[in-house]
Design a protein around this ligand. Structure first.
Ligand code: NI
Length: 170
């Protein structure tokens, strides 16, 4: 495993539409392992492959969904993710992104989403998520289409230094 460099705006890969994964060999496994390590080291709660300059449809998300703050966060690895259902109810939340350091913004998104995709071995999976987890999934899937949270934000602002953490960076 290795920590990869996280590319930041205006890197071109962040604006490309990523390709579907069709082979689940060693190269993909290494990419996923590296993405998990890179996300944890950052630290962040999510990472999409284009953020490490790989234009493939792969996301990793690790976020503590339970009320219990001591509970270990659950790791999600999703290949070719697709949001198949979104609630009509939306809510505003403050997002950040490891590829846009020092900037956060308020983004309105559906509160609940259903995600379909494949696990790292290519087997189908389906996840229903709400709240922050749903928000993180939507943010990461956006990355695969070259969309950044600042494109959707109603308001963006600079944060002072890295100690001011308003929202989990993903
Ligand atoms: Ni991001």
């Amino acid at each position: 495993m290795a920590i990869r460099e996280i590319v930041t705006i205006p890197h071109k890969t962040l604006r490309r539409k990523a390709r579907k994964v069709t082979t689940f060999g060693g190269e993909l496994q290494s990419l996923i392992d590296d993405m998990v390590e890179t996300m944890r080291a950052a630290p962040g709660v999510g990472l999409a492959a284009p953020q490490v300059d790989v234009p493939l449809r792969v996301i990793v998300v690790e976020f503590n969904e339970s009320e219990d703050e001591e509970a270990p966060p659950k790791l999600h690895v999703i290949v070719n993710p697709k949001i198949t259902r979104s609630s009509s109810d939306q809510e505003m939340g403050t997002e950040g992104c490891l590829s846009i350091p020092g900037i956060v913004g308020d983004v309105e998104r559906p509160i609940t989403v259903t995600l379909k995709g494949l696990n790292r071995r290519g087997q189908p999976l389906k996840i229903k998520a709400s709240g922050w987890l749903a928000r993180i999934f939507q943010h990461e899937v956006d990355h695969l289409d070259g969309v950044l949270f600042v494109d959707r934000a109603e308001k963006v602002w600079q944060i002072e230094g890295e100690t001011t953490q308003i929202a989990p960076a993903d």
